[in-house]
Ligand binder design. Structure first.
Ligand SMILES: Nc1ncnc2c1ncn2[C@@H]1O[C@H](COP(=O)(O)OP(=O)(O)OP(=O)(O)O)[C@@H](O)[C@H]1O
Length: 240
């Protein structure tokens, strides 16, 4: 509920993520030109748009992987855009999950160790971390690969391990950048449904970049980008 003394157009205070007026250029090449977005807790938002419109850059700024050239990013009451690198790294490790369009696993670790990594880094005991990772790997149909290293897995199996790793510590927000790109069409629906069902049942917010209508259909809302701008610009107001 918006408090009575808040500005009339203040965002709802159940926004878990808020971005306001984001600008970002890769070198001299502009990727975001004043993007504003609010995401509510537990919401699944699909960021859509043609190749090169800025989806990955937007997810990277929202998640603290990139610092915008100007504009603000808030995670609850935390100003992500002004955090020091170490604090941003901690925030990403503890509160966020990331699934890239190609699986980025640690080659020396087995599938279950890769999936358990966020728990192990947070100090969870080995046995609990392993059990939890195994549960997620099984939900994603790759439980049988748990002892294999990434090199021995198919690309589609690696991506499922990466999805398990994003879910394993039940983060506040998962950023998924074309998460089903490496999967065959038949595998896509199941992996997407596992991700979105798990997110809904655990109250995890998801920001999902996608070209596909299938992924967008599983989201609560679509946020369309065109040439680095929102296709329809929401008003931007920060109450914090
Ligand atoms: N590392 C980089 N160096 C230079 N330009 C980049 C870099 N990354 C992205 N860009 C440019 O920034 C713009 C936005 O790219 P971005 O990857 O965010 O778009 P996208 O919508 O995710 O594209 P895709 O659907 O192809 O993944 C594009 O013009 C792209 O060429």
């Amino acid at each position: 509920m918006v408090p009575p003394d808040a500005p009339a157009d203040a965002p709802p205070d159940n926004d878990v993520l808020r971005a306001c007026g984001l600008h970002y250029a890769h070198g001299g090449s502009p990727a975001l030109l004043g993007v504003s977005l609010g995401v509510r807790e537990g919401e699944i938002v699909a960021v859509t748009g043609p190749r090169g419109c800025g989806k990955t850059t937007l997810l990277s700024c929202l998640s603290g992987r990139l610092v915008p050239n100007s504009g603000e990013v808030w995670f609850n009451s935390i100003p992500v855009h002004t955090l020091a690198p170490a604090a941003r790294e901690r925030l990403r490790r503890d509160q966020f999950g990331w699934v890239a369009d190609t699986p980025q696993l640690v080659p020396e670790l087995t599938a279950w160790e890769n999936a358990a990594l966020p728990l192990l880094l947070a100090g969870t005991g080995h046995r609990t971390a392993r059990r939890t990772a195994m549960e997620w790997l099984e939900r994603l149909d790759v439980g049988g690969c748990a002892r294999k290293r990434p090199a021995a897995l198919l690309q589609s199996q690696r991506q499922r391990v990466a999805i398990a790793r994003a879910l394993v510590h039940t983060p506040s927000v998962i950023f998924a950048d074309e998460p089903t790109a490496p999967l065959h069409r038949t595998d896509r629906t199941q992996a997407l449904r596992t991700l979105t069902t798990a997110a809904r049942s655990h109250g995890i917010t998801v920001v999902l970049a996608t070209h596909g209508t299938e992924a967008a259909a599983l989201a609560d809302r679509t946020f369309a980008l065109v040439d680095g701008r929102a296709a329809t610009s929401p008003a931007c107001s920060l109450s914090a």
